[in-house]
Design a protein around this ligand. Structure first.
Ligand code: NDP
Length: 296
C-alpha cells in the first residue's frame, strides 16, 4: 500500500494537493476548518476527518496548507492538549511564510516529537501534479529522503537544506524576482498604453523577447557576486545606467504614468555612483541592498 497522507486545509491549493495524492493512489485523509469544502474529493476516495486530532492520527505524513502561519498554529493548537498525537509523525508545512516562522514551527513540531519539513510551493493549483510544478523543501533530511517519492506525487521536489527556514528563504527570493518582473512589466505596459500601442503586440513582439535576452545578465550578476567582478569588465557601467534611468522617470511622468515602482531602483543606482561604484555593474546593487539590511 502507498503511504497514507493527511492534508490539513482544503483551500484552492490544499484541494489540488489532496487530488494529486489521491490520483497517485495514496490513501488520503482531509480536514478543513469549514466542513464539507471541496466535495469532489469525496468521490475521489478521500476520507474526511472531523477533528485535527483524528486527521493527524490517520497518516504518518501530515501536510498542512493553510492561509498563513497564524492559521497553521490555530489549526494545530488542539494538539497541545495531547503531545503524543504527533509523536513519530512527519509534519510538512506547505503554507507560505517567513524563515523565522518556519523555524519556530519546526521547534513546535520537535516539542511534539514530530519531524518537520517546511515547503514552498512554486506553482499555482492547476499546475499541481503536472510537470512544471516544483516544491522547495527544507528541514529533517531523513524525513525528506524517506518520503520524497510520496511528495513527488504533487510536484517535483527540491531539497535546499536541513535548516527549516531555507525553503521559505528560497521561496521568497524567487517570488521577489517574480514580483520585480511583474512590476517592470506593469510599468512597461502602462508606458506604451499611454500612446495607444497594442499591449498584446508589444508584449509578444518586444517585451518578452527583450526580457528573455536580458535573463543572461542575471547569471553575470550572480557570477560577479560569487567570484568577484573582473576589473574593468563592466560593459554597461552604473554611471551610464544612472544617467539613462532618469529618462525612465521623466518619460513616465510626462506620459501620465506613476513612476513609483521605478524610483527606488533609480535611487539605488545614484547611491552606487555616489559611493564610487560608477565604473562597476549591477552586482554592486546587490551588495548595497545587503549593507542596508546590515545597518537596519
Ligand atoms: P485559500 O484562500 O484558497 O484557502 C485558505 C485555507 O486556509 C482554507 O482551507 C481555509 O479554511 C484555511 N484557513 C484560513 N484561515 C484559517 C484559520 N484561522 N484557521 C484554520 N484554517 C484557516 O488559499 P490557498 O489554498 O490558495 O493557499 C494556501 C497556501 O498555499 C497559502 O499559504 C498560499 O500562500 C500557498 N500557495 C498558494 C498558491 C496559489 O496559487 N493558490 C501558490 C503557492 C503557494 P476555510 O475553508 O475554513 O476558510
Amino acid at each position: 500500500m502507498k503511504t497514507p497522507v493527511t492534508v490539513l486545509g482544503l483551500g484552492a491549493m490544499g484541494t489540488a494537493l489532496a487530488r494529486a495524492f489521491l490520483a497517485a493512489g495514496h490513501p488520503t485523509t482531509v480536514w478543513n476548518r469549514t466542513p464539507g469544502r471541496s466535495p469532489e474529493l469525496d468521490d475521489l476516495g478521500a476520507t474526511r476527518a472531523t477533528s485535527v486530532a483524528e486527521a493527524v492520527q490517520a497518516a504518518p505524513l501530515v501536510i498542512a496548507c493553510l492561509l498563513d502561519y497564524a492559521s497553521v498554529h490555530t489549526t494545530l493548537a488542539p494538539l497541545d492538549a495531547d503531545t503524543s498525537l504527533l509523536r513519530g509523525k512527519i509534519l510538512v508545512n506547505l503554507t507560505n511564510g517567513t524563515p523565522a516562522q518556519a523555524r519556530s514551527t519546526g521547534e513546535w513540531a520537535q516539542r511534539h516529537g514530530a519531524q518537520y519539513l517546511d515547503g514552498g510551493i512554486m506553482a499555482v493549483p492547476a499546475m499541481i501534479g503536472g510537470p512544471a510544478a516544483f516544491v522547495l523543501y527544507s528541514g529533517a533530511p531523513d524525513a525528506f529522503e524517506r518520503h520524497q517519492t510520496t511528495l513527488a506525487a504533487i510536484a517535483k521536489t527540491t531539497y535546499v537544506g536541513s535548516d527549516p527556514g531555507l525553503a521559505a528563504l528560497h521561496d521568497l527570493a524567487l517570488l521577489s524576482g517574480m514580483y520585480g518582473m511583474f512590476g517592470g512589466a506593469a510599468q512597461a505596459l502602462a508606458l506604451v498604453s499611454s500612446e495607444k500601442v497594442s499591449p498584446t503586440a508589444f508584449t509578444a513582439g518586444l517585451l518578452i523577447p527583450w526580457l528573455t535576452a536580458m535573463l543572461g545578465s542575471i547569471t553575470g550578476i550572480a557570477n560577479d557576486l560569487e567570484y568577484g567582478a573582473e576589473p574593468g569588465a563592466a560593459g554597461s557601467n552604473l554611471a551610464m545606467q544612472a544617467i539613462g534611468f532618469v529618462n525612465l522617470l521623466d518619460a513616465s511622468v510626462a506620459q501620465g504614468v506613476d513612476p513609483a515602482l521605478l524610483v527606488p531602483m533609480g535611487e539605488l543606482l545614484d547611491r552606487a555612483v555616489a559611493e564610487g561604484h560608477g565604473d562597476e555593474d549591477l552586482a554592486v546593487t546587490v551588495r548595497l541592498l545587503q549593507e542596508a539590511n546590515q545597518q537596519a
